[in-house]
Every structure is written in C-alpha cells, then in structure tokens.
Design a protein around this ligand. Structure first.
Ligand SMILES: [Zn+2]
Length: 308
C-alpha cells in the first residue's frame, strides 16, 4: 500500500513536470503587442514598419553613437533579457555582442541580414596590405533591406502567429517603399557625370551602396569595414596620393565619426569634407534622417549635389 502511494505521488510529479515542459505558456504581453529591442536605430525603424503600431520597438545603441564601438552595460544586458525579441544587423557589425552571447541569455536573437553573403573587401588603399574583412553594411543598399524585411516578418510571425496577416501586409507595403527608394536613388545618381562617381569615406561603409549605384570606392581614412580599426601614416599618405591621382572632389564622413584626420587630408589636398552623411544611426524626429528612407534620401542628395 505504502509502495502504491509512493508510485502515485511519483506519477503526479512526473506528469506535472511533463506538462511544464510541453506546454510553454505564451507570454501574456504578446496579446497587446511584442516588446522588441533592436540594436541600431535605422534597423529599429525598419522593424517598426514591419511590426506595426501594436509592437513596442526600442533601440539599444543610442542614436548618434557608433554601433561598431558600442559597449553594453549590465543595464543593456537586462534590456536584452527583458525583450521578447532582440533584432541585430549581423554580419559582424555588432562586435560587442559575441562575449555577451557566451554568458547566455534566453531572448531569441533575430539576425536581419540572415542569408546575405557578405562581400569580402580588400582594403581600398591598395598600396598598404591589410587583411580582408566581410562587409556588414548591407542596409545601405535598399534591395538588401528587402531581405531584412522578409527575415523580420518571419521572426515576428513565429513569435506572434496571431499577427501573421498584419505582418505580411506591413512587409509588403514597406517593400514597395524600398523599391521606390531604390528607383529614386537610381534617377538621382544619373545627374553625376560618370567620371565623378567616386567616393572616399571615413571607414568603408558605402561599399554596397557603391556596388548598387555604380560608384567606385577610391579609399577611406580608416581602410577597414569597421570604424574601430586603426589607420597608419602610410594609409593616409596612400589616400592623399589616390585623391590627387583621380582628382577626387570630396570626402564623405559619417556623423558620429571623428573628422580630424579627414579635415587634415582635406587641408592637404584642397578637397571638400561633407560631414553629415548618416550611415549607422538615424537622427531625432526633427533631424535630417528621422527614418531609414529619409536617411538614404538625405545621403544621396548630399552625394549628388557635391559630385554633380
Ligand atoms: Zn560601419
């Protein structure tokens, strides 16, 4: 009898455990929209367009800061842990994330660039040998952002199946706007004489933009796809030679970047420094780049009016 009672208790405990394992309850807050944390501000805007107004979308890396060089605080890690989804660009942009992943957090990580094969760029200042690096700046070509949107739509649908139709409709509407943006940039860049379609930037961020719209990247102040890489005197003198050799008109510097070296090069070569290109962060609502679409339009306008 005693043995039977023990067995009965054991069965009750086991079935309780099984129930706990098999039926993971949906988090209650999915009912009133997902809480989504996104690494960068431009990506948060893209996510919000797909997720719709029901979702609460927040940005981890503060607007105006450089996502390559970000340092996550314990508060940032807590924000990741408290979100339903954490969306990153991927491709190596979030250099700070790998050590955090080692500690382990349970929030699903959505990589917006999943499935895109990075172009490996040899350094543009070709006189100086450097290692090759995969370029993470896919979002500066809107046709890649279409793939971001599809990945985000799939992740949102998985996290909140009830929202499937809404996410599909939002994604399709935003993809139409991305197509229009791509067409608009094509038309704008046609104003620049072919010989002037040469870009020099602070670090090598505009590679995919250049590939898509027919520009050549002649060099960069920091000859790397990461802004946190170093630059040498030899790199800078190679860049000055390139600028003089090709009669380059301007250096385009991302906001948030240190423009001291670019200013020094401009003084030496007499070219223009355009220091309000938004590549890694949006502005506030009253700035030049409050959304991803406006960021791309503003950058294109600055490039066209400088080089045409
Ligand atoms: Zn970058």
């Amino acid at each position: 009898m005693k043995g039977l009672k023990f067995l009965l208790i054991l069965v009750v405990i086991l079935s309780g455990l099984l129930a706990a394992c098999s039926s993971k309850p949906e988090p209650a807050h999915v009912q009133d929209g997902l809480d989504i944390l996104v690494a960068e501000s431009f990506l948060a805007d893209i996510v919000q367009n797909v997720a719709g107004s029901q979702a609460r979308v927040e940005t981890l890396v503060p607007a105006g800061s450089d996502p390559h060089a970000f340092q996550a605080t314990p508060q940032d890690v807590a924000r990741i842990e408290n979100a339903d989804l954490f969306v990153i660009n991927g491709g190596g942009l979030e250099e700070w994330l790998a050590p955090l992943m080692g500690d382990g957090f349970n929030t699903p990580v959505v990589t917006a660039s999943e499935g895109i094969v990075p172009v490996v760029r040899t350094q543009a200042n070709s006189e100086v040998h450097r290692h090759e690096e995969g370029d993470p700046h896919f979002w500066l070509d809107p046709t890649y952002v279409v793939m971001y949107v599809q990945n985000i739509q799939a992740a949102l649908t998985k996290a909140d199946p009830a929202g499937e139709a809404a996410y599909a409709a939002n994604a399709s509407e935003y993809i139409q706007q991305l197509d229009d943006l791509d067409q608009w940039i094509m038309e704008q860049k046609a104003q620049i004489p072919a010989a002037n379609r040469i870009l020099v930037t602070n670090h090598e961020s505009l590679g995919y933009y250049a590939d898509r719209y027919g520009f050549t990247i002649a060099g960069a102040v920091i000859p790397s796809v990461s802004s946190s890489a170093a630059t040498s005197a030899a790199d800078l003198s190679a860049l000055v030679n390139t600028i003089e050799k090709y009669g380059i008109k301007a250096i385009f510097i991302e906001t948030g970047a240190n423009s001291n070296l670019a200013t020094q090069i401009a003084r030496e070569t007499g070219i223009v420094v355009v220091d309000d290109i938004y590549t890694h962060s949006l502005t506030g609502p009253d700035g030049n780049a409050p959304t991803y679409l406006e960021m791309m339009k503003y950058n294109t306008s600055r490039i066209v009016e400088t080089l045409k």
